[in-house]
Design a protein around this ligand. Structure first.
Ligand SMILES: NC(=O)c1ccc[n+]([C@@H]2O[C@H](COP(=O)([O-])OP(=O)(O)OC[C@H]3O[C@@H](n4cnc5c(N)ncnc54)[C@H](O)[C@@H]3O)[C@@H](O)[C@H]2O)c1
Ligand SMILES: N[C@@H](CCO)C(=O)O
Length: 362
């Protein structure tokens, strides 16, 4: 059986959940998917770096409390993350980038992705920064190097919204999108509706693993701004920059306003939208809206997200599903790895073929 060797960059909620999935369900997945997964390197700002090209034993790492994990002192371990060295030099097939999203310039994740692609490694990431701010250039670089750059989890977590649009909407003209794309703010608005204070609702979203490292990004709409850019660029053929997308978050909405709206049958939602005009230009914005009960997005609650696609032949098609969560987002990474396998399994140099050939020689 073939195998992909992974380098995990960032070992927080999402990449730990992927490691758990591999550790607990790797055999079942290998039987189903036809390839095995092995982690050969991990780097993290707090834990350091760990490399074992024969495969890292994940069990003791996953047993440790996340805040207490340190790779220093382990064989192949160091207190220093050594990101560039690990990404460029360790012989991994796929680099899995899940450090924090930086909405300003995408760093350091943008460099991580670039280093990996330059080194001829496939990349999958849940990090919105590199995709929104440099997606075109990174896709070009990936194509030049003959590798894949996959980022399904950057929008709607594990819900396959980008692949659904890319693969299932052939022949349709998509004229615009309206969406709820931030699980944290949607969860918080629901909690305000039932009388929970804003600070307590934010703490709950953090505990549940939905919030960004700095939850301001969720509350003030930066996160949705990046996601609208990704969706508009991928689905509407736009080339938006951050300054092109108007942004307003939910911080000015009071609990009283939320409850008052609910008593009138309205629900406040943080809505990201993009519209393509006849001349091909695309407008995009993020702003809170009080939606009437019959709006397709009004009933979307908690960390669930949804995108309503406006199309010429089908009218509005709404796709909804988890928009945040560690396990849900780890699934997005698995779906990216499957996509890489489907695209490259027949390449002469693909890991799966290589391992099969090596096994055959042995
Ligand atoms: N959690 C979700 O629901 C979710 C959903 C979709 C997308 N995402 C995105 O996925 C990424 C990871 O999310 P998470 O919930 O795991 O975040 P997290 O904050 O739990 O983990 C991020 C990890 O990256 C590490 N890190 C930060 N800077 C680093 C650096 N320079 N080098 C190495 N490691 C570094 C941190 O120490 C931390 O352990 C983020 O970009 C987030 O926006 C998260
Ligand atoms: N913080 C983000 C994670 C998913 O990108 C959210 O709440 O939607």
């Amino acid at each position: 059986m073939g195998r992909y060797d992974l380098a995990l960059i960032g070992f927080g909620g999402v990449n730990r959940a992927l490691a758990e999935l591999i550790s607990q369900s790797g055999d079942r997945l290998a039987g189903e998917l036809g390839f095995a997964l092995r982690v050969v390197a991990i780097t993290d700002l707090r834990a350091g770096s760990l490399v074992d090209t024969d495969g890292i034993d994940l069990t003791p790492l996953l047993a440790a409390e996340p805040g207490e994990l340190s790779f220093a002192g382990l064989a192949g371990g160091s207190a220093d993350p050594r990101n560039e060295w690990v990404i460029r030099e360790v012989p991994a097939d796929i680099v899995v980038e899940a450090t924090f999203t930086n909405p300003s310039d995408g760093e350091p994740a943008l460099s991580h992705v670039r280093w990996a692609l330059e080194s001829g490694k496939h990349v999958c990431t849940t990090n919105k920064g590199p995709v929104a701010l440099a997606g075109r250039a990174l896709k070009r670089l990936a194509a030049e190097r003959g590798v894949s750059f996959e980022f399904e989890g950057s929008v709607l977590s594990g819900t396959p919204i980008l692949r659904t649009a890319e693969r299932m909407f052939g022949g349709l003209e998509i004229t615009g999108v309206q969406s709820i794309m931030n699980g944290t703010s949607n969860y918080i608005l629901g909690r305000l509706e039932v009388g929970i204070e804003l600070s307590a609702a934010i703490a709950e979203a953090q505990e549940l693993g939905y919030a960004e490292a700095d939850p301001t990004a969720d509350i003030e709409g930066h996160d949705v701004q990046l996601k609208v850019m990704i969706l508009a660029n991928e689905v509407l053929g736009a080339d938006l920059r951050r300054e092109d997308v108007f942004r307003e978050g939910i911080s000015a909405i009071t609990p009283h306003e939320v409850r008052d709206a609910a008593s009138k049958g309205l629900r406040w939602k943080l809505v990201g939208s993009a519209t393509r005009h006849e001349d091909g230009s695309v407008d995009a914005r993020v702003a809170p809206l009080a939606l009437p009960a019959d709006h397709p997005l009004a009933g979307i609650s908690g960390p669930v997200n949804a995108v309503a696609f406006h199309t010429d032949l089908l009218g509005t098609v709404t796709v909804c599903g988890p928009g945040a969560g560690r396990v849900e987002t780890a699934y997005a990474l698995l779906s990216d790895i499957i996509a890489i396998h489907q695209r490259h399994a027949d390449d002469e140099t693909a890991p799966v073929r290589r391992v099969l050939q090596e096994t055959h020689r042995v």
